[in-house]
Design a protein around this ligand. Structure first.
Ligand code: ADP
Ligand code: MG
Length: 642
């Protein structure tokens, strides 16, 4: 299945984002730009369209052939175009309940067709960056969009060759980008979105991971552009008083348009710089052949020029809260979305209006965390780039729909333990159940038999003590040089990547020879099966424990038997007959307990076997000491000491 991109098809700017290995990011175009102005220029009859930054640059020079803010026309009817918010510089036609069309070089374009041009560019950028075809997308729309507007957005996607897998509300996408779906069960979030030409405040309620829009209120003709206009007006005045051309609207003639276009660009750039600097220089060299313009603009002056515009958003916030029947203090968080919210004044005012506290803020001698913080008001969360949050959230939604992220979101832990089979058929856990992924863990193993030339790595998943009761994920062999048992060292490492895929590495420590094998997904298992496995492990906990103890006791008994018999055979002639009988009795007891193993359950009495083995150990002590003395003696003789 192909991946699903997330697209923020904005009034002013559009973005495309993707989730890669669990991390969402905005895809840049070949020039490295992450924001594409939602502007489409049609240069001539039948000519190919120009989209994005280059179109934005000619917008003021070719106002009648350059479409901006097309989002305002999506799903609207002819009768709507008389509305003030629909006034634009390019010709728009339509009447009654008929469709709206945009007249460009003799061709009637639908708003969907223009939007499709923007989507096509984003699709191409994503394909160039990902190196694979992109055919599926999640596209966001304002929460207040009606059915017709949503359907028009889906049609635009289809025209661009995209299957629109889901339409998501912009505030919901933003909340997803902030990871707010993981907040406590019931949380309320206000999303303050101030973009280029629109403003809205939405109140969301999160209920067990699902967002519901409680209310949304705003102004579709209020945004960053309005601030730009104030700065433009201010600059035009300054230009005039510095002896430059008169650029006021009254004297606007076509030959002044290129100048106005430069002033407009400079104004927006200065506004943006003043979000991070307190003063900036506006410089327009050769505004006319004999006039260079420069002036300084301070953040304080910008705030003076535009404060009333920002303040106009307040009434909508209050209205939205009252529609949701909430007081600001009942909110858990306020998040800021839209490029214009980068302006410090916006942050300051919003924070004041909502009575926000910065998380971790110190008031008096109390640190505002948890309870106290909650009692005081919502937290102003500004952790995600405000102009990217919506696209990132759309990408996250896309990844959830594609199935890749569901596991990570809902099962971001290993559902069952993972390990390998060890000697005697036991499960040796390497990554315990409920470990957060991605994760890497390993252990060193050795051989149980002399001259073993390879080790079987049998990868298991499950909660049972014995290998045979767990699920087998796969097996492979690692070869190494023959050596006495216990000498070879094989490191086994398990790594579960963000997609839940398990990679098993086995390495012979001595030579560095290694193998890496990818197992089927360790995370993607059926919930019912996991439940069954866990239940069985609980139901069989007692038997399983006994089985493990039995196997461990059996391995220990086996080793003791072999060692005792070997030593006895070596020193048989020198043994005292009574002592020999004692030894045989102890050996027989161990053998007989072993023979009592139930052939069906493959278990016996581990306590009795341990006791018998311990008794045998005790009895063999004098023999072991005697053998040790003999060995020492032989060694010293060889060296000529004795
Ligand atoms: P939309 O959602 O309408 O497509 P965006 O969220 O991209 O719009 O916001 C675009 C607006 O944000 C423009 O008016 C732009 O000037 C403004 N903007 C972008 N960055 C900044 C900044 N750093 N400071 C102030 N305003 C900014
Ligand atoms: Mg937006």
């Amino acid at each position: 299945m192909s991946r699903i991109v997330g697209i923020d098809l904005g009034t002013t700017n559009s973005l495309v984002a993707i989730v890669d290995s669990g991390i969402p990011y905005v895809i840049a175009d070949p020039e490295g730009q992450r924001l594409t102005p939602s502007v489409v220029h049609v240069p001539g009859p039948g000519a190919a369209t120009i989209v994005g930054h280059p179109a934005n640059r000619v917008r003021i020079l070719k106002p009648a052939e350059t479409v901006y803010s097309v989002k305002r026309f999506m799903g609207r009817r002819g009768s709507d175009i008389a509305r003030e918010e629909m006034l634009v510089t390019y010709p728009v036609a339509g009447s009654g309940s008929g469709p709206v069309t945009l007249q460009l070089h003799g061709r009637a374009w639908t708003p969907e067709e223009i939007s499709a041009e923007i989507l096509r560019k984003l699709k191409a950028d994503a394909e160039a960056s990902l190196g694979e075809p992109v055919t599926r997308a999640v596209i966001t729309v304002p929460a207040y969009f009606n059915d017709a507007q949503r359907n028009a957005t889906i049609r635009a996607g289809e025209l661009a060759g995209l299957t629109v897998e889901r339409i998501v509300n912009e505030p919901t996408a933003a909340a997803l980008a902030y990871g707010l779906d993981k907040l406590k069960d019931k949380a309320r979030i206000a999303v303050y979105d101030l973009g280029g030409g629109t403003f809205d405040l939405s109140v969301l309620e999160l209920n067990q991971g699902v967002f519901q829009v409680l209310s949304t209120h705003g102004d579709t003709r209020l945004g960053g552009d309005d601030l730009d206009k104030r700065v433009v007006a201010h600059l035009c005045q300054e230009i005039r008083s510095a002896g430059g051309p008169d650029l006021s609207p009254a004297t606007n003639t076509p030959d002044l348009l290129p100048l106005l276009s430069r002033v407009r660009e400079a104004a927006e750039r200065a506004k943006i710089r003043l979000s991070s600097e307190t003063e900036t220089e506006v410089s327009l060299p050769f505004l006319t052949p004999d006039f260079n313009f420069t002036c300084r603009l301070s953040r304080a002056r910008l705030e003076e020029l535009t404060r009333d515009i920002v303040e106009r958003t307040r009434a909508h916030c209050l209205r939205s809260l009252s529609d949701a029947k909430l007081e600001a203090s009942a909110l858990d968080q306020v998040i800021l979305v839209g490029g214009q919210t980068r302006m410090p004044l916006v942050r300051k005012l919003v924070s004041e209006w909502f009575g926000c506290v910065e998380f971790g803020e110190v008031r008096g001698d109390l640190r505002l965390g948890d309870e106290y913080h909650k009692a005081k008001g919502p937290e102003l969360n500004t952790g995600v780039n405000p102009d990217e949050a919506v696209a990132l959230g759309a990408a996250i939604q896309g990844e959830i729909l594609a199935g890749g992220f569901r596991n990570l979101l809902l099962l971001d832990v290993t559902p069952l333990s993972l390990g390998i089979e060890t000697f005697g058929g036991l499960m040796n856990v390497i990554i315990p159940r409920n470990t957060t992924i991605p994760v890497k863990a390993g252990e060193l193993f050795t051989t149980a038999v002399d001259n073993q030339r390879s080790m079987l790595i049998h990868v298991l998943q499950g909660e049972r003590e014995r290998a045979m009761d767990n699920w087998s994920l796969g097996r492979f062999e690692l070869e190494f040089e023959a050596a006495p048992k216990g000498v070879p060292r094989v490191g086994v490492q398990f790594e579960i990547d963000a997609n839940g895929v398990l990679h098993v590495l086995a390495r012979d420590v001595k030579t560095g020879h290694q193998k890496v094998v990818q197992m089927k997904s360790a995370v993607d298992v059926d919930d019912a099966d996991v439940q069954k496995m866990v239940e069985e492990s609980v139901a069989n906990a007692f038997d399983d424990l006994r089985a493990r103890q039995w196997i461990e006791a059996k391995i220990r008994a086996g080793e003791t038997l072999i060692a005792t018999r070997k030593t006895m055979a070596e020193y048989d002639a020198e043994l005292d007959p009574d002592y020999r009988t004692q030894l045989h009795q102890a050996l027989d007891e161990v053998e007989s307990v072993l023979s009592l193993e139930n052939p069906k359950t493959k278990t016996g009495d581990p306590a009795r076997l341990k006791a018998a083995t311990a008794a045998l150990d005790e009895v063999t002590k004098p023999l072991a000491e005697y053998a040790m003395d003999k060995v020492m003696e032989a060694m010293l003789r060889k060296k000529g000491v004795l």
